[in-house]
Design a protein around this ligand. Structure first.
Ligand code: AMP
Length: 283
């Protein structure tokens, strides 16, 4: 079983011993738990590249808006611990809210510009919560490398920007999105979907495939691609709202004509569940 820590001072003592006395390299995978194949890919990458792998499991309240799914977000520590054991995780960190945000806590990290578009527009304050908790976790664990999924592409960019701007001596390692056989990206939130809703959720991947096919036929205008994806998605009965369908360069600036490596980013609602996904364009 991995060693389980709930207190900051305890995990710090333990990791300091490994880092300083034993000279071990540390890989860190921050998660909100309810682990799936996407998380497992991050953990496996960390296992390959580091002596010690630390996983945090913490549903961070400050990155959820007041009407979002913080209360019902799926949680199952026993199941997560079994998965961590199976993968050979060394240390699991599960702090309480009091441990992370004791009374009087009043410091927040604001990464400007890229947090104001896309997810930032539809989830005000979300990235402030993310950047703050990620910086705290990085300071607590002090890893050599930290692993983030491309599934949350904008989050990855925000974390990379924060690490660069604040000169943190940590390598951020992006990991490609892991998908189910039919293309649906693994997400802890997929458990909210009924069978019919899951069918409609697949419209996201079908839209990526449609755009990719049009691109291979020579269509490069973002507007044309976006309209086609929107029509396809709207034909699915359980898609209740599209927050955005956009095509950007790798740094999240919208493009009019697509190039290799650009990203299609989609956020939409299926019934009461909000899903996000993105796709790297190949020419
Ligand atoms: P979460 O528990 O949803 O906060 O995710 C924890 C980490 O796992 C984040 O870096 C996510 O981007 C990453 N992740 C979530 N789903 C996937 C996926 N399907 N493929 C790859 N990484 C993922």
């Amino acid at each position: 079983m991995p060693l389980l820590f709930e207190r900051i001072k305890d995990i710090r003592n333990h990791l300091e011993r490994l880092r300083c006395d034993e000279g071990k390299s540390i890989g860190f995978v921050p998660t909100m738990g309810y682990l799936h194949e996407g998380h497992k890919a991050l953990i496996r990458e960390s296992k390959v590249q580091n002596d010690v792998t630390v996983v945090s499991i913490y549903v961070n309240p400050t990155q959820f808006g007041p009407s979002e799914d913080y209360e019902r977000y799926p949680r199952d520590l026993d199941r997560d611990m079994a998965i961590c054991e199976e993968l050979g995780v060394d240390v699991v960190f599960t702090p309480s809210d009091e441990e992370m945000y004791p009374e009087g806590f009043s410091t927040n990290v604001n990464v400007s510009c890229i947090t104001e578009i896309l997810e930032g527009e539809f989830r005000p304050g979300h990235f402030r919560g993310v950047a703050t908790v990620v910086l705290k976790l990085l300071n607590i664990v002090q890893p050599d490398r930290a692993y983030f999924g491309e599934k949350d592409y904008q989050q990855l960019k925000v974390v990379q920007k924060m690490v660069k701007d604040l000169n943190l001596p940590i390598q951020i390692i992006p990991v490609e999105t892991v998908r189910e056989k039919d293309g649906l990206a693994f997400s802890s939130r997929n458990v909210y979907l009924s069978e019919e809703e899951r069918d409609s959720a697949l419209s996201i991947y079908k839209a990526f495939q449609l755009a990719q096919k049009m691109i291979s036929e020579g269509k490069r205008q973002s507007e044309v691609l976006i309209n086609a994806m929107e029509d396809l998605i709207r034909s699915h009965p359980h898609v209740t709202k599209i927050d955005y369908i956009t095509i950007t360069d790798p740094e999240l600036s919208p493009v009019q004509e697509v190039r290799e490596g650009d990203r299609i980013l989609i956020a939409l609602w299926v019934g009461g569940t909000r899903l996000i996904d993105n796709w790297k364009i190949k020419l």
